[in-house]
Design a protein around this ligand. Structure first.
Ligand code: SAM
Length: 303
């Protein structure tokens, strides 16, 4: 990341996790995506929840077809602004220049990438997009997998591909374990599964089941687990701290609800856990492990 990290904590977190995701992405799946994306004369990409533009950064480094359109739809205006602000740097770093503003066109002389980044609900917006490649990275744990899969596949042309990398799947481990580790982590996962919240802590396997139940087919997939060990970069230390804060907030928020859920953890317990985890980051002793699944899915051919 640049010398000046983004001031917005969520944007900074997403930028910090990019290099961890780069390391974690399941290589055989990524290779299949690259092969499909770089074969042919043109490519239409739709991305649901692109955040700060991590996936476009990866795509621009490939030998893309001459004519590419990319549409990213994120529900959070801060993300849309961060992504748009970053576009000139993303283009430059990949050897492209900004050739036009409205619509935004990036060009390296022989390839043109038309980029649209807009605010909206990607599940609704996907319909009819007719994308060759739909991407939803670190996204599906926010939704019921079956519903989201069906809505997103509506945006893929018959026989086109949908790529779902970094889909969280039920494991968050900090080593060495701190005080109340199991209580806090179990409660954190339970907050994701709370009634009334869509999505869940085992979205990776829910996605695989949903694909099995659908008319689409799984092309390939595999684990994209994070392992962040004690040799932290500044970004990785930030990522660990952000995750600790997020978990502390999640498990204590559950306690303050009128109807306490199974997720509740007393404030003092969560505080002690978080303080210990921050200390372990500070002293370079904390290791973070999480389990995610990448899946590449082919939309059914035209009926
Ligand atoms: C965990 S972030 C992942 C961001 C990015 N894909 C990445 O891997 O860095 C999830 C993103 O989905 C966005 N999001 C959540 N619900 C959405 C929706 N219904 N439509 C579009 N974006 C959504 C969030 O604003 C956020 O940017």
């Amino acid at each position: 990341m640049s010398a000046d990290p983004p001031s917005d904590p969520k944007v900074r977190y997403l930028r910090a996790k990019e290099s961890v995701d780069d390391r974690a992405l399941h290589r055989p799946t990524l290779d299949r995506v690259r092969e499909a994306a770089t074969t042919g004369n043109s490519l239409r990409v739709f991305e649901a929840g692109p955040g700060a533009g991590a996936m476009l950064r990866r795509l621009l480094r490939w030998n893309l077809p001459a004519d590419v359109t990319y549409v990213g739809v994120d529900a959070d205006a801060r993300m849309v602004a961060a992504f748009r602000d970053r576009l000139p740097a993303l283009a430059r770093e990949a050897g492209y220049a900004l050739a036009a503003d409205d619509p935004i066109r990036l060009s390296d002389g022989s390839h043109t990438v038309e980029v649209t980044v807009e605010r909206g609900d990607a599940l609704g917006r996907a319909r009819g997009t007719d994308a060759d490649l739909l991407v939803a990275a670190a996204f599906l744990d926010l939704f019921d997998a079956e519903t989201a899969l069906s809505m997103l596949l509506d945006g893929v042309r018959p026989g086109g591909l949908a790529y779902f990398p970094i889909t969280f799947d039920g494991e968050t481990t900090f080593l060495p374990p701190g005080p109340h580790e199991e209580t806090v982590i179990d409660a954190y996962h339970a907050t994701m599964d709370a009634p009334g919240r869509s999505g869940g802590s085992r979205s990776g396997r829910a996605l695989l089941s949903a694909v099995g139940e659908s008319a689409a087919t799984l092309v390939t997939g595999g684990g994209s687990d994070w392992l962040v060990d004690a040799q932290y970069s500044d970004d990785e230390a930030y990522l660990c701290r952000h995750l600790v804060d997020l978990i502390e907030r999640a498990v204590t928020r559950a306690e303050s609800e009128d109807e306490p859920s199974a997720a509740q953890v007393p404030d003092a317990v969560a505080r002690e856990w978080a303080a210990d985890r921050h200390q372990a980051v500070e002293s370079g002793e904390l290791t973070l492990l999480t389990h995610q699944i990448d899946a590449l899915v082919r939309a059914p051919p035209e009926a």
